[in-house]
Ligand binder design. Structure first.
Ligand SMILES: *Cc1c(COP(=O)(O)O)cnc(C)c1O
Length: 974
């Protein structure tokens, strides 16, 4: 017997699933000798990188977690009273472990396949109900990216809806959060809207160019204004009004709806979501009924299923950009589903009374603090306040002395102006904390302190705001918010919802373009560490050294992977990255005195967010044709580039193409654009086919976004969060996003997200992935993604035609299965998608980029066994289709049309279908071992679109609206 020493716990083999023996067999099935040969036949030689990626050597999971603990140990977790939209909060441990740390929730996809997503759809309906109730407006969406972008979306929506002409000015109160104003300004400029920032009490609302106004409730410094009259006046002048509001304060304050606001926006962060150094958090958006067809983002609505039962699904708006393209007013795709689920569940657990008590306690401690400071002679300037005191010290020196003393005690306040100090209390503040703050002030002022009496449980206290703003309307009266208050009750409720949803914990989710790869547990673990979660985004830099090192390394690694000179981590979704990248291009042209360059060429096959982002960046979209075989029509591109040469801003191109092919002509395409003075924007959603083999910069792109929630392992969270960093070439660096509160040197551009580093607290996931894979592992991931895709292609050969392939008949990391020929037999692509549920699979991407097709992307993280199960299911479904085609099965009454089958349907006494119950629910042997039961039958989407109900409402309360929306519901779903 002899032994050899070798690494025993290699992460790469956990992530890259096919083992060497399987790889060999798969290569045989494909008909190639080796992986090298397959890659050589797939990726054009002309775009291959000459060198291997230069990244640190791969670490094991154990080593990574140990070293990362050290890195994050440089972050200092201080008590934060900074406020400005970010507050301490406590995520109940039962929610943390069973949702935030649970792959059953975080690995799910956006709920396009509603029948296997009823759990998170219900959780999102709860969230929408929470927002509707607290804001007092009748309709809300299921989240936006953050408070700043929610405000920008509102601005855009109202601008599109106003009847005022010229509608070129928008008033913003100076009490709106500074980062929100920054994001608004970035958004307003390309649309030709001027922001007028000032005091709402003296604003000239009669200015004919104004079309809207925005105020903050309570204001950034903490003052609570009664905006009722302001809103009335604004309305009299034909203006729309946006109110940004604090959700916790709204439990005690008259709601924005009752004050007359047209739109209410804000952040639901303080409902249990850690500050996370800026994100991710769910931005909220609610509005009046008249805007319900124009709401940005995703709205969850009620509908009915084939059996007439209540069922949830995303309403039609969901597909807005994909259908309306350059006429869309919002580019929101990935949003903040997981964070909305957390906030909604926080409300379910605490109920209206519990949440109100948090607010009451916060307010009473603020009163106690004010009294104590008054006794110390510190004036407090807010006449009305909820949780935030505005304190004036005698001098700048005192302010700075307080800062030094506070920081040495591990406390952060907000310091502003010459001598102002802001203190925002939170759900987590206790009487001891008030004492500590008073001690600090006493010490700095050199005074004896008299402790004011802490609020007593037996005494009644009056709120510090006017009678007119005492909230009298009820909220959260629905049973869901009044039932699950015992931990067992909540635990079981959450589990019940989880069990209705198919996630990566069940089976592969082969979504083309969306790259549903492994979200390894070791990658996820740091996300809930306090050193990551409990930092305020505006904490002083010397407390955030761990984060800074993380950003620096991650940026350097992403530069290495993309070939770019710099990376901005600020955009918090892919679409937001597109927008930021296009703004960089816009800034570049303007910087050269060529601000007239505003034409964006976009191929017909582009993702819907591309044209929507281009319009947001103030560009005109010119569509470039595709050839018969799905490639960009180079002749048409040349013609259009020449035709628009004087005004050409950029080309937006996806690579490999959305058709799953490495176009050989890509370098030529980039060169043509450059020749005509344009820049190349690359949509990096398909980066999983590039890493280590080629790169955006080497191909000729100038900017590219990466979806870290696709290629770099951040889980989809059921539809968010995401991170969409952009990489740029040298001369675009000055135009990367900046930030008004945390400026970046040399960057004059405004912010695209509320927080300086966007969704900072989930960056450790991608950091971990790169650290544990190393350059070789990442490159192998790309190769195996290509292997897996080509294996599926080979196995389905003869069953489904594959649309488009490269020169050697190979696909890239994904492929399009053409299902249009089944229409003759009455079988739609949707029937296949729904039937896959009976086999325990989530459908591939439906009808993108070509209607009537399925786009399959297996990723490198699926083993051969799983790929085989999927192929077996697809082949079995093909046989079911054949039965309809040749008349053995009825065209309407068949196993495909009735899919998916619930337990209730197959357990009915009178089974009268022309197929057996076994065929319905156990169509292949493997299904028996791990049956996933859809909880509802096929959902009637059109019904739900006619009757848009987006809060918890019993079905009986439906009233069929006379207004009939043209709900074709034939848009893509991905
Ligand atoms: C996913 C995707 C996007 C949008 O990214 P989000 O993060 O969802 O905003 C853009 N383009 C393509 C091709 C995509 O697949």
């Amino acid at each position: 017997m002899s032994f050899r020493f070798a690494p025993a716990d290699v992460f790469e083999t956990r992530h890259n699933a096919p083992d060497p023996a399987d790889q060999q067999q798969m290569l045989q099935t494909i008909g190639v000798e080796s992986l090298e040969q397959l890659i050589a036949e797939t990726v054009p030689a002309g775009i291959r990188l000459p060198e291997a990626l230069q990244l640190p050597p791969a670490q094991s999971e154990r080593r990574f977690l140990r070293s990362f603990k050290q890195l994050t140990g440089q972050n200092k977790v201080y008590k934060s009273y900074i406020g400005l939209g970010y507050h301490d909060t406590t995520l109940p441990p039962v929610i943390q472990r069973n949702i935030l740390e649970n792959p059953g929730w975080y690995t799910a996809y956006t709920p396009y396949q509603a029948e296997i997503a009823q759990g998170r759809l219900e959780a999102l309906i709860n969230y929408q109900t929470l927002i509707i109730d607290l804001t007092g407006l009748p309709i809300a969406n299921a989240s936006l990216l953050d408070e700043g972008t929610a405000a920008a979306e509102a601005l855009h929506m109202l601008h599109a809806q106003t009847k005022k002409k010229p509608a070129t000015k928008f008033f913003v109160s100076e009490q709106v959060l500074p980062q929100t104003i920054d994001v608004l300004r970035t958004r307003a400029t390309p649309l030709g809207i001027e922001l007028v920032v000032g005091d709402h009490r003296t604003a000239d609302l009669a200015d004919p160019a104004l079309f809207g106004a925005m105020v903050q409730y309570p204001g950034a410094d903490g003052e609570i204004f009664d905006y009722k009259e302001f809103i009335e006046q604004a309305h009299q002048n034909g203006l729309y009004v946006i109110m940004a509001a604090d959700l916790l304060a709204l439990t005690l304050l008259t709601s924005p709806g009752e004050l007359g606001a047209d739109v209410c926006v804000g952040s639901s962060q303080r409902f249990g979501v850690p500050m996370g150094f800026g994100g991710p958090h769910a931005g909220f958006f609610s509005t009046k009924d008249e805007f319900k067809r124009f709401l940005p983002g995703r709205i969850i609505g009620q509908s009915i299923d084939a059996a007439g039962n209540k069922a949830y699904r995303m309403a039609l708006q969901t597909r807005e950009q994909h259908i309306r393209r350059e006429k869309a007013t919002s580019n929101i795709c990935t949003a903040q589903v997981l964070l909305s689920v957390l906030a909604g569940m926080f409300a379910v657990y605490h109920g209206p009374k519990g949440i109100r008590q948090f607010a009451v306690n916060t307010h009473l401690l603020a009163q106690q603090l004010e009294a104590g400071l008054k006794a110390l002679g510190v004036p407090q300037l807010n006449e009305s306040y909820f949780d935030t005191l505005a304190l004036r010290l005698e001098s700048h020196e005192l302010q700075q002395a307080l800062k030094a003393e506070a920081e040495s005690a591990g406390i952060n306040f907000r310091y502003y102006g010459e001598n102002m100090v802001g203190i925002s209390l939170s759900q987590n503040t206790e009487a001891d904390d008030v004492q500590d703050i008073l001690d600090l002030f006493a010490k700095v002022l050199g005074k004896e302190e008299q402790t004011p009496a802490a609020p007593e449980a037996t005494a009644d206290y009056a709120p510090k705001w006017p009678e007119s703003l005492h909230r009298r309307s009820e909220y959260l009266t629905h049973p869901v918010f009044n039932t699950h208050h015992a931990e067992h009750e909540l635990l079981r409720y959450m589990k019940q919802l989880e069990n209705k949803d198919l996630s990566l914990a069940h089976s592969m989710i082969p979504l083309g373009s969306c790259t549903m790869k492994l979200n390894a547990t070791a990658e996820m673990i740091p996300v809930t560490w306090p050193e990551i979660g409990q930092l305020h985004p505006f904490a002083p830099a010397d407390q955030t050294l761990g984060y800074q090192e993380l950003f620096r390394n991650l940026q350097a690694w992403l530069c290495q992977v993309t070939g770019f000179a710099a990376v901005s981590l600020q955009p918090n979704s892919g679409a937001q990255g597109e927008y930021a990248g296009l703004l960089a291009i816009r800034g570049y042209h303007e910087g050269r005195g060529e601000g007239h360059r505003t034409v964006a060429l976009i191929p017909a096959s582009a993702h819907g967010t591309n044209p929507a982002s281009a319009v947001m960046a103030g560009m005109q979209v010119v569509v470039v044709k595709s050839t018969e075989d799905g490639n960009i029509d180079v002749e048409d591109l040349k013609t259009k580039a020449a035709q628009h040469a004087d005004h050409l801003s950029c080309l937006m191109v996806t690579y490999p193409s959305t058709h799953g092919v490495y176009e050989e002509t890509i370098k030529e395409i980039c060169a043509v654009i450059h020749q005509h003075g344009g820049r190349v924007y690359m949509d990096g959603a398909n980066m999983n086919a590039q890493v280590g083999l080629t790169s955006p910069a080497s191909i000729g792109a100038d900017v590219c976004h990466l979806n870290l929630h696709k290629t770099f392992c951040i889980p989809h969270g059921g539809g968010g969060p995401g991170v969409g960093p952009i990489g740029v070439v040298e001369d675009l660096i000055p135009y990367l996003p900046g930030h008004v509160v945390v400026p970046v040197e040399g960057r004059a551009s405004g912010a695209v997200s509320a927080a300086p580093w966007g969704s900072a607290s989930i960056l450790p996931i991608s950091y971990a992935y790169i650290s544990m894979m190393g350059g070789d592992g990442l490159t192998r991931a790309t190769e195996l993604a290509i292997l897996n895709a080509n294996y599926i292609k080979a196995r389905l050969d003869g069953h489904y035609p594959v649309l488009y392939a490269g020169a050697n008949g190979r696909c890239a990391h994904e492929m399009i299965l053409d299902c249009r020929q089944f229409k003759k037999a009455g079988v739609e692509v949707e029937d296949i998608a729904k039937r896959l549920m009976d086999y325990g699979f989530h459908a591939p991407t439906v009808s993108f980029p070509v209607a009537g097709t399925l786009m399959v992307e297996p990723t490198e993280s699926e083993s051969r066994a799983e790929l085989d199960r999927f192929c077996d299911a697809m082949i079995a479904i093909r046989q079911e289709i054949a039965a309809v085609e040749d008349g053995r099965a009825d065209q309407k009454n068949n196993v495909l049309k009735h899919a998916p089958h619930t337990a209730a349907v197959v357990l009915t006494e009178a089974w009268d279908r022309p197929y057996t119950r076994e065929q319905a629910v156990y169509p292949l042997p493997y299904v028996r071992d791990a049956k996933f039961w859809p909880s509802v039958s096929r959902i009637d989407s059109a019904y739900g679109d006619r009757n848009l109900i987006c809060s918890c409402t019993p079905l009986e309360e439906y009233a069929d609206e006379p207004e009939q929306l043209v709900a074709t519901d034939k848009g893509p779903s991905y």
